[in-house]
Write a protein that binds this ligand. Structure first.
Ligand code: PEP
Length: 255
């Protein structure tokens, strides 16, 4: 641990576009029973937008937080199908920005992530900024350049690193593939992200920033990431849809 104040691990469960309403309710109730009162790790559930209100109701008063998977940068207007950051206030505490599926399926740019980041911060919500390189970028030795570009783009015009912001380092080749990065590689890349943040802002805020690893995390490999000094939690997709697996992953981060 490089920071003066220990970083509390944070684990996110990204349900993506999964669950019927009945399934979502059952999973939320199960998670509440498993996690309520768990200390030493912050747990954030990212259900589909349609169930955000249900999640806020069913998890209300528990130690579990709710996050949105996406947001639009304008506060209101003629943007059919979109949800703004002010609309999420009171329902979600955090918002995922720049997830690889947003970037590579929906064509979001670094400029878009910058706009979304500003909107989320303006609304007083916590951003979880996801970044990560494609397989060909990793194989071509361009990982650091890609991470630097994504971070520079997201923070364009920022004077300081937002104190509550979480960065999720998620190599695209590891997401939903079962090909998780080794713990050593995750540590190296998260430390790389921290070094870029220190260069862009300052050492103190970079050391205070929580950086997650994401990509095929499961109950069997989570402990390896938890042991890494620069990996401050994980962002979990597939395995977050199973209460027992997600609980095991979160408990791996409790010291
Ligand atoms: C994700 O959706 O951010 C993710 C990491 O998915 P998975 O855990 O399924 O690879």
């Amino acid at each position: 641990m490089t920071s003066a104040t220990p970083r509390v691990p944070i684990v996110g469960g990204n349900w993506k576009m999964n669950t019927t309403r009945a399934e979502a309710h059952a999973l939320l109730r199960d998670l509440r029973a498993r996690f309520d009162g768990l200390r030493g790790v912050e747990v954030v559930i990212c259900p589909p937008a349609a169930w955000l209100g249900d999640a806020a109701d069913l998890l209300g008063g528990s130690s579990l937080a709710v996050a949105a998977q996406n947001v639009y940068w304008e506060p209101k207007g003629a943007f059919t199908g979109e949800v703004s950051a002010p609309m999420l206030v009171g329902t979600a505490a955090a918002v995922l920005i720049g997830h690889s599926e947003r970037r590579h399926v929906f064509g979001e740019t670094d400029e878009d992530t910058n706009r979304k980041l500003r909107a989320v911060l303006d609304a007083g919500l916590r951003p979880v900024l996801a970044i990560g390189e494609l397989r060909e970028e990793a194989e071509g030795g361009r990982t650091e350049a890609v991470l630097r570009r994504q971070l520079t783009g997201a923070f364009e015009g920022f004077d300081a690193l937002p104190p509550d912001l979480v960065v999720a380092y998620e190599p695209v080749w590891a997401i939903g593939t079962g090909l998780a990065a080794t713990a050593d590689d995750a540590q190296e890349r998260c430390a790389m992200v921290r070094a870029i943040l220190a260069e862009r802002f300052d050492r103190t805020s970079a050391d205070a920033c929580r950086i997650q690893y994401g990509g095929s995390v499961n109950a069997g490999n989570a402990a390896g990431y938890a042991a890494c000094p620069d990996v401050d939690g994980v962002l979990v997709g597939g395995a977050s849809l199973d209460g027992a697996s997600f609980e095991a992953i979160c408990r791996a981060f409790v010291a």
